[in-house]
Ligand binder design. Sequence first.
Ligand SMILES: Nc1ncnc2c1ncn2[C@@H]1O[C@H](COP(=O)(O)OP(=O)(O)OP(=O)(O)O)[C@@H](O)[C@H]1O
Length: 428
Amino acid sequence: MAEAEGCSRSYSLKAEHELRVEVTDGRHVYISLREGQAEVFGSELILGEKLEMRSQKFAVYTWHGCRIELSTDAGALEDVTDVVYEADETPMVAYSGVHGVLEERRHSANQASGQGPRTIVVGPVDAGKSTLCRILLNYGVRSGWAPTMVDLDIGQGSITCPGTIGATPIEAQVDIEEGLPVEVPLVYFYGHASPAENPEMYKFLVDRLASLLDKRAQSNAAVRAAGMVINTMGWIDGLGYTLLLHSIEALKADVVLVVGQDKLWSQLDKHYRTNKDIQVVKLTKSGGVVARPPALRKQARVNRVKEYFYGVRGDLSPQSQTVNMSELRVYRAGGGPRAPSSALPIGSEPVADPLRLAPININSDLLHSVLAVSHATEPEQLLSVNVAGFLFVTTVDVDRGTLTYLAPCPGPLPGKLLLAGSLKVFFE
Ligand SMILES: Nc1ncnc2c1ncn2[C@@H]1O[C@H](COP(=O)(O)OP(=O)(O)OP(=O)(O)O)[C@@H](O)[C@H]1O
């Protein structure tokens, strides 16, 4: 049978327009800038360079007009994309205005050897928070800074595996094909997909991350002046709102960007009205943001774990290793009682201590779990020390007393202590 031929289509975009492309899951399309200038979420396209966009939902935006070509290896564009359309209304002018304000603050901080803007992006799910963070980070990089990206969204994990919070300096524009750089991020393992599982532990880890970032900023004037861009989770009601306030304060955010919900903006604006150090700004959500139903969100989590082990392009070779269970020491937080009943007032129930670490028996419950390998040398340090990497449990053989895991690279583990949560994913 003859192979299907590829196709290409050209799009001429007017100034301040964008081409929105939703690549079908599991498919890819190529984009290439043919004339003018354009960017994808703040990362500039290079004239003539052909980029492969896999399963991504993205927009090519132009400030002054451009010509873009979309092409396939085989078959029609419609076979690999859910939708492609041009939009003339975008919030990019407002986003660029925010960047202008952050720039002024960075320059003032630089001159005074002070702290640059610590910007936190908040809003409901599917508001375009991660996208706005990426645009602001890219604009910061293009202006010569290396701002710190902080990710508090444990559900998706834009820096590394889901179930974590972390930070990484952004020194170059975010790679359009690969996403955020994953080298040397500072990562803490929370281990669950929702902060509701153990809110005290979530707060503890945010505090820990914040204090390390403070230390880093204190010792480096350039890092301090460049500031931070902080991405948050989309849970903004009840406990979610309380955790959001905690994150704003722990990370000493002074610019709060609210995307996609007037109610949240109004709540935060009221809450910080008397605080002259915190500016709350309302921003419009882009009409291009693609909503993900819970099933797709779950699938995105699985894909993210898979990417950690196999790479975005599937070009990494994780190692499968089988070890005796006795060689591993796995702990979980939040297990044991806070105090024995006898020590509590009559009638009160012992409450589980959310930060207590307890060793766990290795059995089939751990199958398909993501485990964090800690840099900690003692179990007591497990929550306060960042993680070195992750393992994925593929087989537990209770009869033989062995456990088989996937690790990103061969050789001995960088640490002997492991942390487990409730995060499980299923992939072949
Ligand atoms: N202008 C746009 N055109 C096309 N796709 C877009 C545009 N803006 C954002 N998207 C896509 O919409 C999806 C959701 O956006 P994003 O991840 O930024 O939202 P979020 O608020 O961070 O989501 P979450 O609820 O997971 O926190 C992403 O796949 C993103 O690439």
